[in-house]
Structure formats: structure tokens, C-alpha cells
Design a protein around this ligand. Structure first.
Ligand code: 5GP
Ligand code: ZN
Length: 117
């Protein structure tokens, strides 16, 4: 029994605003966008998080990364600039345990994420 929210989106049980899909990858708009463009890029198969990707997932990670860049272009943020983020674990604020890349853009963003000085 899998009660994963993003698996439910993959299966079509939970609705989402899908912007890209292929046989391995699904991308949809974040329900609570943190930037004018905020798309989540996920593998169709359940991978719990970034630390859980294995050697056999290397090609899948590449597909996710290339999909993120392609989506940034199709969303109109390619030239202006965008950010790809993976939150892993509690300190980073991971709230859904199904690997996902955030594609953020459409406005200037702050950096760094933690005030070191
Ligand atoms: P995390 O905090 O794990 O890095 O990112 C999870 C993201 O999933 C959050 O930005 C959150 O807004 C988004 N999210 C949570 N529930 C849903 C949902 O039901 N639909 C969509 N499209 N996004 C969701
Ligand atoms: Zn899942």
C-alpha cells in the first residue's frame, strides 16, 4: 500500500496541473508556488529522496535534470535565469518523500538560503 502524494499524482488519482510528461518523468505546477514559475519535476517511479537514488537511477537523474532545464525554457525563464532545487531531509525542508526537483524562476531570487554573516 503506497500512500505517497506524488505517486497518487502519477497514477492520476490526485489532480495536478501537468506541464510535461514522458515515460519516466512527470512535471506539474507546485500547488503553493514560491516564485512566478514553480514546477516540480518527479520520477514516475517512487524514489524516496535524493539520498535514496541508486547507481541504477543515474540515467533517471539525468532525465530529471534535462527535463528541468527544458521546462525552464518552455516556461520562459531560460534566458532570464532560474533555479533548480532539491530539498533533502528536515534541515532543507523536504515535506514530500518522493524525489522532486523544484524549478523556480520568473523573478530575481535571494541567495544564500541561510544567513551566514
Ligand atoms: P518539499 O517541501 O518537499 O521540497 O516540496 C514539496 C512541494 O510540494 C511543496 O512546494 C508543496 O507546495 C508542494 N505540494 C504539496 N502538496 C501538493 C499537491 O497536492 N499538489 C501540488 N501540485 N503540489 C503540492
Ligand atoms: Zn511516491
Amino acid at each position: 500500500m503506497n500512500d505517497c502524494l506524488f505517486c497518487s499524482i502519477v497514477q492520476g488519482h490526485t489532480p495536478a496541473d501537468i506541464v510535461y510528461q514522458d515515460e519516466d518523468v512527470l512535471a506539474f505546477r507546485d500547488i503553493h508556488p514560491k516564485a512566478p514559475v514553480h514546477v516540480l519535476v518527479i520520477p514516475r517511479k517512487h524514489v524516496r529522496g535524493y539520498r535514496d537514488a541508486e547507481e541504477k537511477d543515474e540515467a533517471l537523474l539525468g532525465r530529471l535534470a534535462r527535463a528541468a532545464a527544458s521546462i525552464a525554457e518552455s516556461e520562459g525563464t531560460g534566458a532570464g535565469g532560474f533555479r533548480v532545487v532539491v530539498n533533502s531531509g528536515a534541515d532543507a525542508g523536504q515535506s514530500v518523500d518522493h524525489l522532486h526537483l523544484h524549478v523556480l524562476g520568473g523573478a530575481p531570487m535571494g541567495w544564500p538560503p541561510w544567513p551566514s554573516g
